[in-house]
Structure formats: C-alpha cells, structure tokens
Design a protein around this ligand. Structure first.
Ligand SMILES: [Mg+2]
Length: 476
C-alpha cells in the first residue's frame, strides 16, 4: 500500500480548535451514526412506517403518505406553531422556509419572520439535529399539507400534529420495534466500513484507552457491533477487545452531568450486578457517568476526546460540563464537500463576476452622486456635463444587467448544491447555518466518518484554520 496516500475527497478532518492527538489519552465513542453508520433512507423509511401505522390507527387518512428524503435535511428546524420547516443562519434569522412541503416566497417569508429570532431553547422550535430526525420532519411537513387541505379534520392545529408524531416515534422506540427491524436484517440497514475498526486499532496500539459510550441497550449494541466490526478485526479478536471500557444505556446527555449509578454486565445475555468501586479496565457496564471515566485513569478533560454525531447529547454537554475535547461526525459532510469540490471552477467564475458587479455598482453610485451634486450645485467641481453623466449612468446600467444574466444561473446552481430545496447543510446563503454555528462552538473537530482518523494517524497535530473576517481586505 502507498503509505503516503492522501484522503479521498470529503474525508478530511475539519478543525475548529487546534488539537494534538498525541496528548489525547482516552477516546470515547458513541455508537449509532458514529461507529455504526446506517442507511439513513432505509432506517427513516422504517421509522416513517411506524408513524404512519400509528396515524392510521387513529383514523387519520394517511394511506398515500410516502417517505421523501429530499424534503428534509439535518440542521433544519420545525416551527411547530406555524407548520413551517425553516433554515436559519448563525444568528437565528430565518433565511429559507417551507410551509408544509411548499416553499414560502422570499417576500412572504420576510413578513412572517422579520421580527423573529429563532431561539432553539423555545419549545416552539424543534431542531432536526441528527439523521434520526428526518422521518419526523418529513411526516410533519406532509401532515401540515393534509391539515391545510382539509384532508385531516377535527379541530387539530399544527402543534397537535407534531405531538402525535412524537408519541408515535416514542412508542416505536420504547417498544423496541425499530431496533428489532434492524437486528433481523442488519445487511439492509448497516453500512459496513472496514476502515473504522482499523482506525480504532491504530489508536489502541498507539497506547490510547478506548471507550464505547452508547445510549443503546446491551442486547442491541452487542449484535450490531459484532456484525460491523468482528469480520474486519485480526483473527481471534472481537469488538469487545477494542474497548477498555464499554458502557451501554448511558443516558447521554445526563451521563456527562449527573451522578447516575452504574451496573456491571456480567455475561453475554446482559445480566447485571452492582458495580461496587466504579469502573474497571476491561469492564462492561450499564449506566454510570463521566466522572467515573475521569476517575478510572485520572485523566483530565483535555486528555479525553469524545466522538459522537449528536450535537447536543454527545458534543455540547461533554464540552460545556466537562471541557472534554470533542469531535462531531456528520456523514453528509462528505456529499457537501464533494459538491463544493465539483463546483470549484464555477464558484471561482461566480466570485470573479461578483467582483465585477461590485465594481460596476461602485461606479454607478459615483455617477449618481455626481449628477446629484451637479444638479443641486454643491461639492467639488465636476468637469462632465449632465448629459454626459446620464449617458455614463445608462451605459453602466446596461453592463450591470448583462452581467446579471451571467450571474443568476450560477448563483442559483450554487444555492442548490447538496439539496435542491435547501442548499448546503452548513450554510444559510453566504453565512454559516445555525448547525454550523453550533458545531463551531461545541465540536473541536468535525468530519464525515470516524475512519477519517486513519489518514491523520493517532499522533497528528490537527491545526485550526485561520478564520476569515469581513475586514480581511488585503489578504491573499
Ligand atoms: Mg449517535
């Protein structure tokens, strides 16, 4: 193999705050959508089917409803009160919105949201922050259409629709029906990645302690980990040998903040006994808390890295409460980065055209001001006569209109990268999206998959990039 192989497109590690992997002594991993990637469309279709079944039982006419992955993406927000799906920028200004499944035109959007700053702690909003929330968003949008058209009757409002979806999903989760579906046919749901076990093995052999900390229960975790890992590990090794400590049913985010009790799992069936004296190396546990992890090896927050896909439950809490180092996994980032790479040349053309447009606008404004001063007879003496100035103004206007004809199709294409409806996940127009803002604050690094660590090795020095500021006029 080529030992200097560069990562494929989209597999880089993005860095918000510099992190020396050499000084990381323990790495904790979440499981679902972190170590294990699911075919999100297959999983969400199944979750959607459970919601649909529950609606039909209520007598709601949703027979024709079908899951549509294109309606929704991670990082969008449900406005429960108004029946809208919205995308905001980093300050909480709404930049795009759909009412149900229909786009809200820009002018109308401004009327609805001009005085609204979206605060995610407000119960009016539901942040779709993981790949598990896509079916919920899709069903909500379609039910809003159903309610508006009178298909769903009774005095129900949009909040009621959301509440009913939430109940149906909770039911599917608590009954374990969804996870049973996955276990009975893992090949249909789990995306295998032989590089993930290798990346973890590299870290372990480099002397780092590895932990699995998942909210999934033992009787789901064990078979799924075994299916996705064992076949790619060296002979005689199984997934459990990779982890110095395994914790299931961890109740994150509470795991990071509260003194939850811990039980030891003493056999493969998941039988429990009280874990007196806390965690021990090589143990498997249910529950527990982050303080126990710190105590086990005496590591402090700077020496522990936690890797997860949930911006709140995995990354925000471990950062806010414990100051652990944090990594966020976002599989779609790969698609986003490849889309940006493929659009690179057009983007550069678009940037050049925009600079030209700014130059023309500058000239137009100067001429306009010169006309004003000439007519009102004040300010510095202007050589050109009014007729000449008007002629110049017309010429600039024609040039600007011709330029717009080149810009508009490219700008439209740029706004549709990644998703026809919503554009890029990490951007809201030219600004950062709300999701990007959360990631910036809580995730020290972020990447599309755990196996991207392979290319950076367990000893890499991950440097944050110098971020741009609006007044960086003179930088190359
Ligand atoms: Mg997860």
């Amino acid at each position: 193999m080529d030992i200097y192989k560069a990562p494929p497109a989209g597999r880089e590690i993005a860095c918000n705050r510099t992190m020396n992997m050499r000084s990381i002594k323990a790495i904790g991993y979440d499981m679902d959508y972190t170590l294990i990637h699911y075919r999100s469309e297959a999983w969400e279709e199944r979750a959607y089917a459970h919601i649909k079944k529950s609606m039909l039982e209520r007598g709601w006419p949703v027979e024709d409803f079908e899951y549509d992955q294109n309606l929704i993406m991670r990082g969008l927000i449900i406005d429960i009160e108004l029946g809208n799906i919205i995308k905001t920028n980093r300050f909480g200004y709404v930049k795009q919105a759909f009412h149900g499944t229909k786009p809200i035109p820009h002018q109308e959007l401004q009327k609805i949201y001009s005085r609204t700053l979206v605060d995610l702690s407000d119960r009016r909003y539901k942040f779709l922050n993981t790949l598990f929330s896509l079916s919920e968003g899709c069903f909500f949008a379609q039910l809003v259409d159903g309610l508006d058209s009178g298909k769903i009757d009774g005095a129900v409002g949009y909040p009621k629709l959301h509440q009913v979806i939430g109940k149906a999903l909770d039911h599917a989760h608590t009954e374990g029906t969804l996870k049973q579906d996955i276990l009975s046919d893992p090949a249909n749901f789990v995306v295998l990645d032989k590089e993930t076990p290798l990346a973890l093995l590299d870290q372990k052999k480099a002397g780092k302690k590895l932990l699995l900390i998942t909210n999934s229960e033992w009787n789901y975790t064990a078979p799924v980990m075994s299916y996705a890992f064992d076949q790619f590990l060296p002979d005689g090794m199984v997934w459990q040998d990779l982890f110095d400590v395994t914790i299931v049913s961890s109740r994150k985010p509470s795991f990071f903040a509260d003194p939850n009790p811990v039980f030891e799992i003493i056999n493969d069936e998941g039988m429990l006994k009280p874990a007196i004296g806390g965690l021990k190396e090589g143990g498997k546990y249910l529950g527990g808390n982050a303080h126990m992890v710190e105590k086990l090896w005496g590591f402090d927050g700077e020496e522990i890295l936690y890797v997860g896909d949930h911006i709140f439950a995995d990354v925000r809490e471990s950062k806010k409460v414990l100051r652990w180092r944090t990594a966020l996994i976002l599989r779609e980032l790969e698609t986003e980065m490849v889309a940006l790479e493929n659009f690179k040349e057009k983007q550069s053309t678009l940037n050049k055209l925009m600079r030209k447009k700014e130059e023309l606008e500058y000239q137009y404004d100067q001429v306009r001001l010169a006309i004003q001063r000439k007519k009102e007879k004040y300010g510095p003496i202007i050589q050109q006569g009014l007729k000449e100035l008007y002629g110049e103004q017309d010429k600039l206007k024609r040039e600007s209109m011709a330029l717009d004809k080149e810009i508009v199709p490219l700008a439209k294409e740029s706004n549709r990268l990644m998703s026809d409806k919503w554009g890029l996940m990490m951007r809201a127009g030219n600004d950062k999206s709300n999701l990007a803002r959360q990631i910036e604050e809580y995730a020290d690094i972020y990447m599309s998959r755990v196996s991207n660590f392979l290319f950076k090795t367990p000893n890499a020095y991950l440097r944050s990039t110098r971020s741009s500021l609006p007044h960086d006029f003179y930088l190359g």
